[in-house]
Design a protein around this ligand. Structure first.
Ligand SMILES: [Zn+2]
Length: 315
């Protein structure tokens, strides 16, 4: 079954999902804000409080039933196997017109390195979608259950902005046969791009980058270096955008009173769809605030250059 058909079928069967997708298209508010080299779509989406406000500390996670395990899912939720490990589910609290969670059949920790080849294969199977990954401390609201996500291609501003980022970087950090690893900056969510036509080469460059992130003092992470990944398969090859993270939530999340602002940036926010869950926060979101938040959670231009040098020295 095609993902588009599966999506229609799921919406037909599940009133909660149907209502939330209808709300997304009819009453979710969006305003566009221009930043240096990018557009941000600020979305006021109250249903996302389930994720943005989620308690992701170890003891809260241990105490709640896992909503991605098959035994705990609502009876109306159907799934579509996508490979021998992962299945597609419709996300009932969508950010995108089509929003899938791609879950492992096992309840196992969120981590990307052992499953990077699955990410490549799944991306290749979903060329009409953008596939993305939130690290366990970088936006995943189920850090205890391995999952990827996929959404309508073209909705996230980065879907159309990565080409421009790549054009500004004429020198890759590392080149291999039919593949290259680039760093980009000047984007407020600076990071790396792997361009590859063969999965072995994409994996080799990812492992090199991963080791570089792991050994750099700039990047933290308890179980893996903090990061978001946004992936595409087009024109016979992969484009993998990797954004290392310094923090999950900005200081405003923990502030009291007027300064409090509920933002838990994950791959969607990093890709340019910035989620707010209250009207007050939506109104308060300006270019200045966005810059301030992105600067806290992502690496600045100097830091990304240092990191690129570090990775180059290890290659
Ligand atoms: Zn689970």
């Amino acid at each position: 079954m095609k993902p588009e058909i599966f999506f229609e079928e799921q919406i037909r069967l599940w009133p909660l999902a149907q209502t939330n997708y209808q709300l997304l298209s009819s009453s979710v508010r969006i305003k566009e804000i221009s930043l240096a080299n990018s557009q941000i779509k600020v979305q006021y989406n109250p249903t996302r409080i389930v994720s943005s406000g989620a308690k992701v500390d170890t003891s809260s996670i241990r105490e709640r039933p896992c909503f991605l395990c098959e035994k705990n899912r609502p009876a109306e939720q159907i799934s579509l196997p996508i490979d021998d490990k992962f299945s597609l589910l419709c996300n009932p609290y969508p950010i995108f017109p089509e929003h899938f969670t791609i879950v492992s059949g096992e309840h196992e920790l969120q981590q990307i390195r052992p499953y990077f080849s699955n990410l490549l294969a799944i991306t290749c199977q979903l060329p009409a979608y953008t596939v993305f990954y939130n690290g366990p401390q970088s936006g995943a609201s189920a850090p205890d259950h391995l999952h990827l996500q996929a959404c309508t291609h073209g909705y996230m501003p980065i879907d159309n902005e990565w080409r421009g980022l790549l054009q500004k970087q004429n020198q890759p950090i590392v080149t291999a046969e039919d593949a290259a690893l680039y760093a980009f900056n000047g984007y407020l969510r600076n990071g790396f791009i792997i361009k590859a036509t063969r999965p072995e080469e994409a994996s080799r460059l990812f492992n090199l980058l991963y080791s570089g992130l792991q050994s750099s003092p700039l990047i933290k992470g308890e179980t893996e270096p903090m990061m978001n990944i946004i992936a595409y398969y087009q024109e016979g090859g992969w484009i993998i955008v990797i954004i290392p993270r310094k923090k999950h939530r900005p200081r405003q999340y923990f502030a009291e009173g007027e300064e409090h602002f509920l933002s838990s940036p994950g791959a969607a926010d990093i890709g340019g769809v910035f989620i707010t869950t209250s009207e007050k926060d939506y109104e308060k979101t300006t270019a200045e605030l966005l810059c301030e938040i992105y600067n806290q959670v992502c690496l600045n231009d100097d830091e990304i250059c240092l990191l690129a040098e570090h990775i180059k020295s290890k290659s």
